[in-house]
Design a protein around this ligand. Structure first.
Ligand SMILES: C[S@@+](CC[C@H](N)C(=O)[O-])C[C@H]1O[C@@H](n2cnc3c(N)ncnc32)[C@H](O)[C@@H]1O
Length: 232
């Protein structure tokens, strides 16, 4: 998958793309990344990328000219890219959307800053606005990283054990339920006086499966009852 990111703070991505599984995916060329500084398309001598909002109000808005020039440049590099603006007012990102985006070959991610982006740029160039949740971040860079992690971990050979991708929160189960993950434990058997549940040490895989399903159902009912849907 080819990624192109537009940001006024490209440095924020330096570590992100060089460590952990994302770093390995870059090394293995499973993902190819280009990051463009929107400011390089702003006018000298001041290189402003923001301006005051028409109609008044607090904060600044990303100016259309540098951002649209940066988008045009990125679209020349990735002609088939789906153009996504990270935006608090976009559709909420979900595991299902991550799975769909993992089937794209090229993504162009636009990171907003200030109070956001001039609407005309959105109308002209953006295919989709995505939010990482009902919360306001300072900019689109961290939301873009969240999107990239959620999508790239689904690409073949990024995660060592692909079973991890089917047995986790939000994954679609064979029985049609969408559940959160059950509680997980590792060694030691006793930690600060707390023991690992006996069933997990039993070696009885039928009992372990039943216990995990019960725990997952309980957790989902308590913290995310909206996820419990009737099987189709
Ligand atoms: C301070 S925010 C602007 C918030 C905007 N004034 C609003 O009320 O929706 C600056 C930038 O951060 C990014 N951003 C903030 N929250 C986000 C979220 N929940 N999901 C995705 N991007 C977000 C967007 O790119 C946005 O343009």
């Amino acid at each position: 998958m080819r990624l192109h990111i537009l940001s006024i703070f490209p440095k924020l991505f330096e570590n992100f793309f060089s460590v952990s599984l994302i770093g390995k995916a870059v090394e293995k060329k499973i993902i190819e990344v280009e990051i463009t500084d929107i400011r390089q398309f702003a006018e000298a001598p001041h290189y402003h990328v923001d301006d005051y909002p028409y109609g008044g109000g607090p904060g600044m808005i990303m100016k259309p000219e540098p951002l649209s020039a940066a988008i045009k440049y990125a679209k020349q590099r990735l002609p088939n890219a789906r153009v996504i603006l990270l935006s608090a007012s976009g559709q909420k990102m979900t595991q299902q959307r991550a799975q769909e985006l993992a089937r794209e070959t090229e993504l162009l991610l636009i990171c907003g800053r200030y109070e956001g982006v001039d609407q005309r740029v959105i109308d002209l160039y953006v295919d989709e606005e995505l939010s990482i949740g009902d919360v306001i971040m300072m900019g689109g860079e961290v939301p873009a990283m969240a999107l990239i992690e959620s999508v790239c971990r689904l690409l073949p050979d990024v995660i060592g054990n692909s079973d991890s991708l089917t047995e986790e929160s939000f994954s679609q189960r064979g029985d049609g339920l969408t559940l959160l993950e059950w509680p997980q434990y590792t060694r030691p058997e006793v930690f600060n006086g707390r023991e690992v549940p006996e069933v997990l040490l039993s070696g009885d895989h039928g009992r372990i499966r039943a216990w995990r399903l019960e725990q997952a159902l309980n957790k989902t009912l308590i913290t995310r009852p909206d996820l419990i849907k009737k099987p189709c």
